[in-house]
Design a protein around this ligand. Sequence first.
Ligand code: NAD
Length: 301
Amino acid sequence: MIATTGSAGRPAAASAPPDLPSAARANAAPAEPRPAAIDRPRQDFQGKAALITAGGAGIGRAIALLFAERGGVPLITDRDGEQARAVCAEIEARGGKAAAMAVDVRDARQIRESVAAADALPGGLAMLFNVAGINIPKTVETMDEDEWESVLAINLTSMYHSCKHAIPAMRRRGGGAIVNVSSIAGVLAEARCGAYSASKGGVILLTQNLAMDHGQDNIRANAICPGSTRTPRTEGYWRQSPTGKSEMAELCPLKRSAEPEEIARPALFLASDEASYITGAVLTVDGGMTAGFRIPTFDRL
Ligand SMILES: NC(=O)c1ccc[n+]([C@@H]2O[C@H](COP(=O)([O-])OP(=O)(O)OC[C@H]3O[C@@H](n4cnc5c(N)ncnc54)[C@H](O)[C@@H]3O)[C@@H](O)[C@H]2O)c1
């Protein structure tokens, strides 16, 4: 049935029964629908705590700031405790809540203690963002054994330790979400970065294993694969090799590197209830860098 509309194109008010007093008749008209508030800041992480490794700078810092802005309480850990505390102070100065702790992810004991500290925050440990990662750009032939072990320890083994302790805590609370930061180097081999690529590829399969083994605990695990992102690390490379930034941009369909917030937002999406049916996913956030390849001849035809 087609609804009849009044002169202003709105549905006509149903006429009130004739025996009602005039005030009641006026009240019988349906109220104008109120426009939905759209300027209310999202608070979808209210009541939740998260552990963030390497939260003192770059992508980890951006995740911490956004998580707190949306009502959550992050435990910001970093090898550099000063940096972790500075991010915590930044959040508190903006009216949010956070905690900070010096944690070197090469140390299994420190990781275990940080998981316990995050679980002791109000709401308990709901989310784990494994962000810590380093790159030592060398071929396998030129890389020392110590360097290899260091890259694997920070990028991959640290995630084994944090997940090992976070999973029982999340299970006790009925579930949780894990977001592991891999890289496009975990999807495609990055030349001269054997240890980095191997570790980041390992992160992807570790994440998918977590998804397989702990879906039944209502724990979701997803990997995010950033492309080139402006952080202290990349800015360091670009200082050493000043054409590096524009060369990197040229490889990317969007012709620029990401800002850390552009990685933090999809990372938070994966952790949020909006992604409630997403687990074991590998989300590339790379400005299209791994979308395809270019045949130079075709550009000239
Ligand atoms: N920046 C990029 O272009 C890019 C691209 C793809 C993937 N990633 C990944 O994103 C993650 C974050 O990278 P970023 O560029 O933001 O980092 P970054 O190198 O700028 O450093 C971020 C933080 O990591 C901390 N850190 C370093 N070693 C640590 C350790 N052993 N224990 C604890 N903290 C430690 C540092 O103190 C620093 O505060 C890494 O896993 C990296 O591999 C970055």
